[in-house]
Design a protein around this ligand. Sequence first.
Ligand code: ZN
Length: 157
Amino acid sequence: MAGETLDRPRHRLGPTSPGDGTARGGYGRAIFAMDGYTCVYCGLLMLKDFDSYLQLSVDHIVPRSMKGYDATLIEDRANKVTCCRACNEFGNRYRPNLPAPTNEEEFWDVRDHVFRERRALILKRRERELERYERIRRFARLPGDIDIADEPPSDSE
Ligand SMILES: [Zn+2]
């Protein structure tokens, strides 16, 4: 599991370069390098194989939709983390109910607070999804699941 505290300084790191406009081909690359291509919420290492690599996404800790916030702080690398697509989805609807910070110091307080809250929420939803998965997996038949009785007769010579 990834660390409980956010591995980001409380100062600006500068904006991400847009590159080709995608996370993997551009704005995510500096973020992924900072986090070792690992989801900061669930700890999934996304360079393990190609399917994992396709899960790479960037998460804004303080969401872009926050009204009255300094957009350059929201878009700063210090407000972005590496996130797998599943955790990104689990955290999507989260909106902090906080007044807009009046200075940069307050922004970092908000960011750190939001990270802790969001992380707890994501891990809770992930846990619930795991229970659902285990229920489904117990009863679902997969293409590889063949009952002995269903096995086709073996080819005779
Ligand atoms: Zn994750």
